[in-house]
Design a protein around this ligand. Structure first.
Ligand code: HEM
Length: 228
């Protein structure tokens, strides 16, 4: 491929990104990657209910992926940065375009989930930073953190009611964010048909619900002493 063809391809991508639709497509594609990770991560973590050996073995297997694990981390981090950047730019464009007086009116036409996107996103982001310090690097667990004993770290972490409470709130918000996000993803990618639209809405709801229940069940189970 000639450098002229590459340059023209890059220019077209940049021009497309400058449009509102372009930013929404970036949000949809990166959201797809991130929501796929969230579902997989949840199923992996649910092995907490199968005991120490099972969960630690799973974590060991992930660590043994080595270079592939770093590649996945790179893809996830890039997707998260693009997702947040496009969200912020869309939010700014919407604010610039809409005079103050329309704020109330906009609330009527939209749903609770849609209105909460702009702050459920940052709270989930803050949760993520805390979460990595909690279970991956260990600073938030302090002396109690044992590298390589994921089961121990999760149990000790969730035995702290304040930490568990934060997880529960953040994961309920994440479930609402996912419900609206998955639904918007289909809209942004142009999957819009009278026959399928209600089904897609149900799919988005079920997805948010499953992830919410799965993630909230873990801190709750430890808090009530079901898993120890
Ligand atoms: C109750 C729910 C959750 C539990 C029990 C949990 C558990 C864990 C554990 C134990 C680790 C460290 C794994 C290791 O070092 O081997 C981890 C890492 C991580 N978790 Fe979660 N997680 C939960 C929810 C979430 C959610 C909702 C997200 C995203 C929104 C998330 C994103 C991540 C990320 C990005 C990492 C770092 C992965 C890496 O680079 O190694 N987690 N999680």
């Amino acid at each position: 491929m000639s450098s002229i063809a590459v340059n023209s391809g890059l220019n077209r991508t940049a021009t497309f990104y400058q449009s509102v639709v372009g930013k929404k497509v970036v949000m949809a594609l990166t959201g797809f990657v991130l929501s796929g990770f969230v579902l997989g991560h949840m199923f992996g973590n649910l092995q907490l209910f199968q005991g120490r050996e099972k969960l630690n073995h799973y974590a060991e297997m992930l660590q043994s992926l080595g270079g592939l694990l770093w590649f996945v981390r790179f893809v996830l981090l890039s997707a998260a940065v693009l997702h947040v950047t496009a969200a912020f730019q869309l939010w700014r464009l919407k604010n610039e375009a809409r005079p103050q007086a329309y704020v109330k009116k906009a609330h009527i036409a939209t749903t609770y989930a849609a209105r909460t996107m702009i702050w459920s996103g940052p709270i989930v982001g803050a949760f993520l930073i805390y979460h990595i310090l909690h279970f991956t690097t260990g600073q938030a667990l302090g002396d109690q953190f044992i590298k390589g004993d994921v089961y121990h770290n999760v149990i000790v972490g969730f035995q702290n009611p304040a930490a568990s409470f934060f997880y529960i709130i953040a994961n309920i918000l994440l479930a609402i964010h996912l419900y609206h996000g998955v639904w918007s993803m289909f809209q942004s990618l142009g999957v819009n048909h009278p026959k399928y639209t209600p089904k897609l809405k149900t799919l988005a709801k079920v997805y948010g619900f499953v992830v919410g229940i799965g993630n909230v069940s873990m801190p709750l189970a430890v808090l009530v002493g079901l898993v120890k």
